[in-house]
Design a protein around this ligand. Sequence first.
Ligand SMILES: [Cu+2]
Length: 215
Amino acid sequence: MIPGGNSQKPWGKYVLAMNKITKDRYLPTGPEVTQSAQLYDISGDKMELLLDFPTVGEPHYAAGCPADLIKPRSKKIFNLEDNKHPYVAKTEADTKVVREGNTVHIYMTMIRSHFAPDNIEGIKVGDKVYFHVTNLEQDYDVPHGISIIGANTSELLIMPGQTETFLWEPKQEGVWPFYCTDFCSALHQEMQGYVRVSAANANTPLKWSLGEDIE
Ligand SMILES: [Cu+2]
């Protein structure tokens, strides 16, 4: 791979070798032995090896370019104040669960290291449950993720200050855990909550809380 190699003006100073097979090179520390990659300076008469490092999988191709092409176009932080998502919850006090017929909207927040609410009941089989999840963090490098069995997204990564929505249609009664999918602090493992799903014809009232038992 030459940086810019798939553009009309490649930067011909470097080449990255992505080696599809690496034999007898690295210790077998996992299900697959890592492959190797090598970064060379090709600007002189002789290729000069700058960096030799393990890489994963079976590399096929990559694209590279100078950092200043990407950096000025990158958005580093989403200000919570500017969040215009129609279902945003900007504080934990704004979190709520609202039923409209068979549709339920959960206004949820995430911050190190809990969800609010983290205990919900009164959802029924057959409901269309929209999770609108806002990451309250304002440190740019602390995303959180969310996942729940049966959602059409295997997991959703939400950047600080952003709100993302996913649909969950529970098919079965029971207590369903949801949890953070991105390692976010020493308490990441505890960043989880539960939704209790009742039968389609149940009269279980909608209730939600943070860190307490629902009576
Ligand atoms: Cu988290």
